[in-house]
Every structure is written in structure tokens, then in C-alpha cells.
Design a binder for this molecule. Structure first.
Ligand code: ADP
Ligand code: MG
Length: 203
């Protein structure tokens, strides 16, 4: 897994979907999720110097996301990447097992910071099933595991539609948050789509 390619691809997908993410956030939040994440990921890309090991790519990008994204999602995504990067340490190669450890650390970081559980209608609803699906499939190799993670993230995000938000800005809407896709869950799908895009079938 090439960490830089992963973040680069995530940035591309977020840029392409920024308007959509912002519209989702306009329905149950303050309409800035696409703008926030786009800004943060540009800063993250700019912070990446050449020749960083994969763990350092993720911690560096994470730090930029925390300081430049704005909104609740910046610190959450930034923490996810920082924890994932720390879990990788100095390893020069990220195989299926290392990525499992990194993804678990990312999920733990988001849980600790945001204190959201599955079902609260947040990015956790896409991230937690994706990490679980990855771990359950990792023995089959990275391409299969990444594909399983993407499928689970998509299903998890879709499943936020009927939920009432219990965390974040959308929770202020109470029952009016029902019937809308959570923007952070939608962007988490892009994180896993990016991972799938940069993981060739024979990897
Ligand atoms: P803000 O809500 O500050 O405007 P964004 O619009 O960028 O920030 O991000 C909103 C997204 O952040 C939500 O859709 C949700 O997925 C996620 N989020 C908000 N609060 C939490 C939390 N406590 N734990 C996990 N994710 C959260
Ligand atoms: Mg917002």
C-alpha cells in the first residue's frame, strides 16, 4: 500500500465530490463538509515532502488535517490518519496485516475523540464496519480486504439514512435528521474507495 497515493486519491475524490458532500451537510448540518475536507486535504498534500515512509505520510497528513480542515471532521479525520501512521511506525512496506493494525488504530482514535457509537449517524457508521470487514478478510490479501472494506463502508453509510443523529451538529435537529445520508459517513466511503483505487488486484 502506497500511503501517499492513498491520500492523493482521497483528495481527488473529495474534490470531485465536494459539492455533493456539502449538499449532504446542508441538509442536516451547516453545509461545509465538502469545503472543509477539500481545504484540509489540500493542506495535507502540501505538507507531504518526498521520501517519507508510509507511517510518516499518514501522521504528517493527519497533522495538517487537524490544523487546516475546520469543522468537527478535521480533528476526527486527522486523528484517524495520525493514529494509523503511528501504528505503522517506521515500516517501509505496508502489507495486509500492517494495514489491519493501522485501520484499527484509526477507528480507536475517532472513537476516543468523538465518543460516537455505531448507530449515532456519524462517520463511525461507515468506518467501524469497514475496519471490521477489512480485518475479517485480511488473510485473503490486501485487494480482497480493501474491497470488503469498501463494500461495508458503502452499506454502513447507506444505513445512516433512516437514523436519528445523536452526535455532532446534526443531532441538534433531532427527528428532522432522519431520512438523510450522513455527510461524514459519505466521505468515509471515499476514503475506502481511494484505498481500493490504489490497491491493484495483484497487490
Ligand atoms: P461540522 O459538523 O463541525 O460542520 P463537518 O461538516 O466537516 O463538521 O463534518 C460533519 C461530520 O462529522 C458528520 O457528518 C459526522 O459524520 C462527523 N461527526 C460529527 N461529530 C462526530 C463525532 N462526535 N464522532 C464521529 N463523527 C462525528
Ligand atoms: Mg458541517
Amino acid at each position: 500500500m502506497d500511503a501517499r497515493e492513498w491520500i492523493e486519491r482521497f483528495a481527488e475524490l473529495v474534490e470531485a465530490e465536494a459539492d455533493h458532500l456539502t449538499r449532504l451537510d446542508a441538509a442536516i448540518g451547516d453545509g461545509d463538509h465538502g469545503t472543509n475536507l477539500n481545504r484540509g486535504l489540500r493542506a495535507a498534500m502540501a505538507s507531504l515532502h518526498a521520501d517519507l515512509p508510509p507511517g510518516k505520510v499518514l501522521t504528517t497528513a493527519g497533522r495538517a488535517l487537524i490544523s487546516k480542515t475546520g469543522g468537527a471532521s478535521g480533528p476526527l479525520y486527522g486523528t484517524a490518519l495520525r493514529r494509523a501512521g503511528k501504528a505503522l511506525g517506521d515500516t517501509p512496506e505496508v502489507g495486509a496485516g500492517e494495514l489491519a493494525t493501522a485501520l484499527r488504530a484509526a477507528l480507536e482514535g475517532v472513537r476516543e475523540l468523538g465518543r460516537a457509537e455505531e448507530g449515532d449517524k456519524t462517520m463511525i457508521d461507515a468506518l467501524a464496519p469497514a475496519v471490521a470487514a477489512y480485518a475479517a478478510t485480511a488473510a485473503e490479501g490486501m485487494p480482497a480486504a480493501v474491497r470488503a472494506a469498501l463494500d461495508a463502508a458503502e452499506k454502513g453509510a447507506e444505513a445512516t439514512i433512516p437514523l436519528q443523529a445523536r452526535k455532532g451538529r446534526a443531532s441538534y435537529l433531532g427527528a428532522r435528521s432522519v431520512g438523510h445520508l450522513d455527510p461524514g459517513a459519505a466521505s468515509t466511503v471515499l476514503l475506502f474507495r481511494a484505498l481500493a483505487d490504489v490497491t491493484p488486484a495483484g497487490a
